[in-house]
Design a protein around this ligand. Structure first.
Ligand code: C2O
Ligand code: CU
Length: 456
């Protein structure tokens, strides 16, 4: 399998031509480009190596251990898989089998949850039915990945702390029918803020902190004008929201493969745990991927956006027309009307007590769905803050937000619920097991905002 690792193969080109061609660009540079001088070169997370020669089977070992690393010029005493943050980039094709062995070199228990993948419950990496993998022990996860996803993996035990300290990596499941871009990027976005306790970083609600992409602060990718650039964007921050904009950005995929048709939203909102696939077709203009400060409490006018990635093309050439994706347009499924399960989200920052239906995990009422009967779950948010709702085991379709269906069929595993909003989602109920349903703001999940949905 060929992977385009793209750290700056054309570094000379752009620099050479700037001075000779454009004087107008000089003034523009100071006004538009707020990036610090000497921005790092973009690089994808290092690719995982397949230890199994058999085609269609991807095998690797993920060793979780303490690790010191640099983030945006700062030393972090955290954790890492195989000594790298983000962890190894696992890339397979839909239909492949993944076999991953977790070696737990931490001082307490851990697991690996495959966020976005519909796996058998024993492989889901939650300590609900099966305990965690104890310190010094190993566990092998093996399952088939039948659908394309922009997924990720992270612990689901001691979750808030372990993810915060750097335990996460990307699981890309691609469709071989997708076009191949000149540059295919994986952008793992995380926030790093002040340390509430030693060696601990955390996101802030108002993002007055540093976003990094693959541990780099506002890296730059140099490309040729006319090349195609595709980016898988993943928000792995414990709390921070990305609200993205960029000149000419097209959203072509979500968490669960391609969208039915591309969109060009003014802002692409990605809460914690959320992912998307975007495409750029740079001409000679530099593109900056900006994230705008975002308040989950509904505040507006929070300040200036910051650039999390620069795409800097050569100074001659014309933009391409975009890649030819096999989109299949699809309307949303009509709401069947009946509601099988209702979840009400409540809680507040003051108490740190976050509840679903008034209950705090693990003291929760288990709602049960019969296998094979698609069911509607209604999620209402009565709190004064937004929550990214995540369901394990099955992707779902968003039927409506406050009664309004989306423009096109929307398949997700993590969906943001605005303040006072009501979401109706259709769950296929096709995967037997006990599935966690929770807020992916990890301090909220830790504060009780998690419940269990059973399919039997
Ligand atoms: Cu990404 Cu239950 O988590
Ligand atoms: Cu929440």
């Amino acid at each position: 399998m060929i992977w385009l690792l793209l750290a700056c193969t054309h570094s000379g080109d752009g620099v050479d031509s700037v001075g000779t061609e454009e004087t107008a660009a000089d003034t523009e540079e100071t006004a538009v480009d707020t990036a610090p001088p000497g921005r790092p070169a973009f690089a994808n997370p290092a690719l995982a190596e397949d230890q199994n020669p058999e085609p269609g089977v991807f095998e690797l070992t993920l060793s979780a251990a303490p690790h010191d690393f640099q983030v945006a010029g700062q030393q972090v005493s955290g954790y890492a898989y195989n000594g790298q943050n983000p962890g190894p980039l696992i890339q397979v094709e839909a239909g492949d089998i993944l076999t991953a062995t977790l070696q737990n070199g931490l001082e307490n228990g851990s697991t690996i949850h495959w966020h976005g993948a519909s796996v058998p419950w024993e492989m889901d990496g939650v300590p609900w039915m099966i305990g965690p993998v104890q310190a010094g022990e190993s566990k092998t996860y093996t399952f088939q990945l039948s659908e394309p996803i922009t997924g990720w993996y992270h612990p689901h035990f001691d979750t808030e702390r372990q993810v915060d300290l750097g335990l996460y990596g990307v699981l890309l499941v691609k469709d071989p029918a997708w076009p191949v871009a000149d540059h295919e990027l994986v952008l793992v976005a995380d926030t790093w803020g002040e340390a509430p306790e030693e060696g601990h970083h955390s996101g802030f609600v108002f993002q007055e902190n540093t976003w990094t992409i693959n541990g780099l602060e506002s890296p730059v990718l140099k490309v040729e004008a006319g090349q195609s650039v595709v980016a898988h964007v993943l928000n792995v921050s414990n709390m921070g929201y990305l609200s993205l904009s960029a000149e000419g950005m097209r959203v072509v995929g979500g968490e669960q493969g391609l969208l039915p048709a591309p969109t060009t939203p003014e802002r692409l909102l990605l809460g914690p745990g959320d992912r998307a696939i975007v495409e750029f077709s740079p001409g000679t203009q530099e593109i900056e991927l900006l994230t705008h400060p975002y308040s989950v409490a509904g505040a507006s006018e929070l300040g200036d956006p910051v650039s999390i990635l620069g795409i800097h093309p050569s100074t001659s050439g014309a933009a391409n027309a975009g890649l030819d994706w096999p989109f299949e347009s699809a309307a949303p499924t009509p709401d069947p009307g009946k509601t099988a399960v209702r979840y009400v989200f409540q809680g507040d920052e003051q108490t740190g007590q976050w509840r679903i239906n008034g209950e705090a995990f693990p003291d929760v009422t288990i709602e049960t769905l019969p296998e094979g009967v698609p069911a509607v779950i209604e999620v209402r948010n009565l709190s004064a803050t937004e929550h990214p709702f995540h369901l394990h085991g099955m992707s779902f379709e968003v039927l409506s937000v406050d009664g309004v269906p989306p423009d096109q069929r929307t398949i997700q595993d993590t969906v943001n619920i605005g303040i006072r909003q009501t979401l109706r989602i259709l769950v296929p109920a096709d995967n037997v097991g006990d599935w966690m349903a929770h807020c992916h703001i990890l301090p909220h999940a830790e504060g009780g905002m998690m419940t269990v949905l059973r399919v039997e």
